[in-house]
Design a binder for this molecule. Structure first.
Ligand SMILES: NC(=O)c1ccc[n+]([C@@H]2O[C@H](COP(=O)([O-])OP(=O)(O)OC[C@H]3O[C@@H](n4cnc5c(N)ncnc54)[C@H](O)[C@@H]3O)[C@@H](O)[C@H]2O)c1
Length: 270
């Protein structure tokens, strides 16, 4: 889409953090916004704020719930009109050392970070294809592009979920481009959100929690990161200019470079 004015944009995890930043940018540029989130209270606050700017609809939705996805999307398209922009943004930060990893942890993080994106695409993209227009933004992470530093960066569970979203977005983009539908993948570095507080709300019972020192260090890192509103403006630009990768900083540069060189160096001689 060349402009978001008059478009209907559905944003998952839109009640706060990066999702709310995206919603603010799109609303400011004239889109109607549909905020879906698992957190009803945060949704109400976001709706109160944004309804001063544009048409806003909200729905409490766990992005893992495929049936509820259908109900929400059918409701939106019946009452507001066709969804032109889909932002699959809801996600959680979760990690555990390999020896303490459990299937419950895998199901939690992959279920939301990857499964939630799959469900959004399954529900909305065929409708866009039928109309021959639209734009999809999937929120991955810099953690979907490389492994920073020693110790596995964000942990092998989170990296797995975000690499998958990057790969899915790259492939979907090449498949949808001929149909006139754009795809972008948001790969943020640190962004000042409360993800360290929101994620534990859905963490499976009995799962090992990261140490207080680790959480405090993470919070400090994120607090010094980009503002969600600035990230929202970057997403708006990428939609309008149909750009694939959205980076919020250059932090991953050496790791992406090292990874690419290692892959190339491992290929047999020509
Ligand atoms: N903050 C960062 O530094 C950073 C960096 C890279 C990537 N990301 C990614 O950005 C996205 C947004 O994260 P954020 O930092 O804004 O966090 P946040 O916690 O501020 O916002 C995430 C929102 O998603 C919602 N949510 C969580 N699970 C959900 C579910 N199952 N169904 C529906 N909604 C759900 C939460 O209630 C919350 O409102 C995530 O995918 C995250 O992995 C964040």
């Amino acid at each position: 889409v060349d402009s978001v004015r008059g478009e209907i944009a559905l944003i998952t995890g839109g009640a706060q953090g990066i999702g709310l930043g995206i919603a603010r940018a799109l609303a400011g540029a004239g889109a109607s916004v549909v905020l879906v989130d698992i957190d009803g209270e945060a949704l109400r606050a976001a709706e109160a704020e944004l309804s001063a700017v544009t048409t806003v609809a909200t729905a409490v939705l766990d992005v893992r719930d495929r049936l509820e996805w259908l109900t929400v999307v059918e409701g939106v398209e019946t009452t507001l009109g066709p969804i032109g922009v889909l932002c699959n943004n809801a996600g959680v930060a979760g990690r555990a050392p390999v020896a303490q990893m459990s299937y419950e942890m895998w199901d939690w993080v992959l279920g939301i970070n990857l499964g939630g994106v799959v469900n959004g695409i399954q529900t909305v993209v065929p409708r866009m294809v039928g109309r021959g227009r639209g734009h999809v933004v999937n929120t991955a992470s810099g953690a979907g592009l490389g492994i920073p530093g020693p110790g596995g960066g964000a942990g092998f569970l989170y990296h797995s979920s975000k690499y998958a979203v990057v790969g899915m977005s790259e492939s979907l983009r090449s498949e949808l481009a001929p149909i006139g539908i754009g795809v972008s993948v948001l790969c943020p570095g640190p962004v000042a959100t409360n993800i360290q507080d929101t994620s534990p709300r859905t963490r499976p019972g009995g799962a090992p929690a990261p140490s207080a020192a680790f959480v405090a260090a993470r919070k400090q890192l994120l607090a010094a990161g980009a503002s969600p509103d600035a990230v929202g403006e970057m997403v708006l630009r990428a939609i309008v200019h149909d750009e694939l990768y959205i980076h919020t900083d250059r932090i991953m540069e050496p790791f992406v470079r090292a990874r690419s060189e290692e892959i190339l160096a491992a290929m047999p001689p020509a």
